[in-house]
Structure formats: structure tokens, C-alpha cells
Design a protein around this ligand. Sequence first.
Ligand code: PEP
Ligand code: MN
Length: 270
Amino acid sequence: MKDLKKVTRSQGKDRTIIKIGNVEVGTDSIIIAGPCAVESEHQIVTIAKQVKNAGANLLRGNIFKPRTSPYSFSGVQTEGFKYLKEAKLQTGLPIVTEVIDLRDIEKVIEYSDVIQVGARNMQNYPLLRELGKIDKPILLKRGMMATIYEWLCCAEYICLEGNENVILCERGIRTFETYTRNTLDISSISALKEITHLPVISDPSHGSGKRELILPLCLSSIMAGCDGVMIEVHENPDASMSDASQTISLEEFRNITDKIRKTWEYRKTL
Ligand code: PEP
Ligand code: MN
């Protein structure tokens, strides 16, 4: 990792703290929640209100969806910007949403507080360079086939252009295991806390593909050292237009936030 000048802790750098709304990623414990995809204004506003009441700090929801099959729902597209705006207006929750195309960067900057780079775009170097020139935090997901070094190289691409507000998100990697959608690499969370000063969050939703595993994987990620978790939540999980099997209900979300917060409190006592 020695060639990575910006992202490693070796230069004696302090941990990066990123202020978003009224929270600080890197010092506070962050819960990001919301649907995989924004489906309508009613859907995102309803979920936003409920996850806020349950203690979420940021709202997630993608309007551009990179899908494996070109026949799958690919998001509400630019129509969704106004839905996200309304959700923020009504709840005050900062917005995390994904950019997949260089041509949408300006608009995504305007309507979001954190810009997500998804697993499939982790190594989209022109996109990373552009995001390095802007003044907004970037949530960089791990590519499904990427080593920790390759992932950190991508964070370095962003930081090198001047934007050093990068949050790393472990979202599982492809292994020989097929029971789970991906294998959430808990060890990468602990390793990254050693190697880099950047904040690290965990996404057990994509990391497992199974809603019954969200709670235990959130708790294990916290004990491994993560600064936050990102969870897919929907009013009617089975009717989600994408990622239904890994999406939890608002009721389950309320249940697990309590345990998540308690685990963070417990970690502080160790
Ligand atoms: C998502 O966050 O909805 C998403 C598409 O995740 P990933 O890029 O990790 O597959
Ligand atoms: Mn998803």
C-alpha cells in the first residue's frame, strides 16, 4: 500500500471526519437507510419520514439503477430528482444517491449530500477523477471482485484530484458461496481501519442478499470497527422494485436500530 500517498495512515494523518448535515462521519455512528430504488414521490417521502423517526441519519435511494439484466427496472431516472428533494424537504435527512454516468454529475451534485459510486463503477476512472474535482462527500462501494488494495487505489484517484471526503463502503465480494448473494467481508472493515484514515461503513443488504441476516451482520460490522451501516428499507419489502429479498420492513428497521445503537455504545466501553 506504500504507493498510496493520500489514503493511507502511514503519513501520520488524522482520521478523516466528514460533516454531513448535523452528523460527523468518522466520529458519530451513522445509520443510512432507505429503499434500494426510488419508485415514486409517495414511496420515498413515506420511507424517509419513518426511517427518520426510527433514528436514521441519512436517507438513501437510487434513481439510476445499474442492473444486471437490461430488462430489469433501471430506476425512475431524472424524474426522481424532485422526489428526493421533497423527501429532504419534509424530513431534513441528507440524501445519498448514486451517479452512474458522467453526464449526470451536475444534477446529482445539486440534489444530493453524498454521492454514491456503486460496486459496478468502482473502477470507472474517468468518473472517479470527475468526482475528485467536486466539493461533496463520495461514498465509494467496493467492487464485487476488488481486493482491498484495488479499492483503495480508487479512493486515491478521487483524493488525488482534491476531494478527500471519501467514505468506503464494504458491500460484499463474490466468492464460491452461493447461499448468500455476496460474502460480506467483515475482515476488510477491521483491516481498513488499520490501513486508512477514511471512514468505513458496512452494507449488509448487498453483502448478504438476505433480510434475515441484516441484524447479525450489522452488529458484527460494528464490532469489527465500522463507522456506519447502510440498510435497504421499504414500506412493503416484498413489493420492492429492486432487491426485495434483502430489504427489511420499517417495523424490522425500528427493531434493529435499537440493537445497532446499543452495540455501538457497548463498543465504546471496550
Ligand atoms: C445499491 O446500493 O443499491 C447498489 C446498487 O449497490 P452495489 O453497487 O453495492 O451493488
Ligand atoms: Mn440495492
